[in-house]
Design a protein around this ligand. Sequence first.
Ligand SMILES: O=C(O)CCC(=O)C(=O)O
Length: 287
Amino acid sequence: MPILDSEKRKLFQEQGFILLENAIDSQLLKGLQRDFNGWVKDSINHSKPYGKMLDGRPRFDLDSGHRQERPALRRVASPTEISSICLSVVCSSYATQAVVELIGPDVRFHHSKFNSKMPGSETVVKWHQDFTFDPCSNDDSITIIVFVDNVTETNGVIMLSPGSHKGPLYSLWQDTVFTGALNEDIASEMEKTAVPCVGKAGDVCLMHSRVAHASKLNQTNQPRTLFIYNLIAADAIPLVPNAVPSKHAGMLVSGKEPGRIRTTSFDIEMPEVPKDASFFNQQAQAK
Ligand SMILES: O=C(O)CCC(=O)C(=O)O
């Protein structure tokens, strides 16, 4: 029996995103929370980004102001490499099955990360489209946003621009600097019609990777943690080095090797792989 009814499929085609309630079962959700809380505990022993991803950059990224009494772990890169729960979510959750219904049957993993905004964290995310960070030969690419905590309008919610997946792919450059952010005029247009991506822990937002989005400051004393992964059609060939490299990149989560390359026509500037742990420092360069 399909997970998505025709209404949900239509909504995804029209606005570029849908919310799936309770798409992560309680055992997997508890596992995600347990693993993330363990990493937060460990982060107390560090004062700068630490650990190692496949390309040598730090796996664990800390927000400014991180300290023992107020840990601010903001990113864990490629957690499928260190958490069997994350790998299970990617390989066998309802969320993944729903993605297969949208862009399958042959679907592969591209990358994953945890993004967190602990109480008091200073992180905001500027407007951008994921696809211009991770362009592939075709744009059957979906970002899966798993709510590990309840997400409200005030604890650092992601704002989504409905229909923007059908529009242009915007530049992430300002002059000669790769800022990973849309220019301010375009961003303020997006703000006017943006929709908050709120839900309960265990809910999932499926977002077409061309959808423009941003996220707000956490103004509460509640954490906002997301497990985010990206799945692509198996005939979408990545065009640039993976900014969040993983030994699981390219793994089929459904179907078989298509032995084909399919293309969508577009023209974009090359993105830059961050030199540091994550794209937050690139975005900090935007004026
Ligand atoms: O964690 C967030 O608030 C936004 C994350 C995001 O947009 C991204 O990682 O591309």
